[in-house]
Structures are given as C-alpha cells and as structure tokens.
Ligand binder design. Sequence first.
Ligand code: AMP
Ligand code: ZN
Length: 110
Amino acid sequence: MCLFCEIINGNIPSAKVYEDDMILAFKDINPVAPVHILVTPKEHIACVNDITAENSKFVSHIFEKIPEIAKSQGIESYRVINNCGEDAGQTVMHLHFHIIGGVEMGEKIL
Ligand code: AMP
Ligand code: ZN
C-alpha cells in the first residue's frame, strides 16, 4: 500500500489539519514555507494523468475545501502545486496538492 494510503488509513501518523469522508489534509513533513499542507483524496489516484470522469469528484472537492483549509492555517494567499510524474518531481505516487504560503513568493513559478 502506498505511503499516503497508509497515512489515510491511520497506519502511519500525520499532523492532520482537515478530514472528511473524501479527503485528508495534513502538514508536509519537510515544509518549504511556514505553511505547507498536503491535500489528498482518500481514494488512491496515482497522479493527474489518472483523473477520470468517475473520480474527478475528489479533485473538485479538494478545490472546494482548499480555501477553508488555507484559512484554518491563517492564510488567504497561497500557491497550490501539483507535481505529476518523475520529471516534475513527484515522489509519492498518490495524487496530492501542496498548499504553500505564509511567505512572499513573488510571481516566478520556477
Ligand atoms: P511530491 O514531491 O509532490 O510527490 O511531494 C511529496 C511530499 O510528501 C514531499 O513534500 C514530502 O516532504 C512529503 N512527505 C513525504 N512523507 C511524508 C509523511 N510521512 N508525512 C507528511 N509528508 C510527507
Ligand atoms: Zn495511495
């Protein structure tokens, strides 16, 4: 079972910040900014390439909840990042969106 499925099942601990029946949000273990949260669907979807008409409800739900999750961490301005695949630096093959904020980042993406 993949690392984030283990976290979702509670077999591996995480610093949970939001949970409902479809998604889990927890603090990144290696934060790159004062706020660094990962939001992930409870169903295993490997990456953006595997989003379908059947499972896209998890993705829309994640984005419906991102503002609330960010606000709970004290930020209303943030960057949402997804890495899809090896070249993009995806290291955990379970779809997740990074919410990064609490610092001025400027407009450059890379
Ligand atoms: P990505 O490179 O987009 O696949 O991001 C994976 C993220 O998961 C990285 O930012 C890691 O720091 C984070 N990560 C890895 N293991 C854990 C863990 N056990 N708990 C929380 N975050 C983790
Ligand atoms: Zn998984």
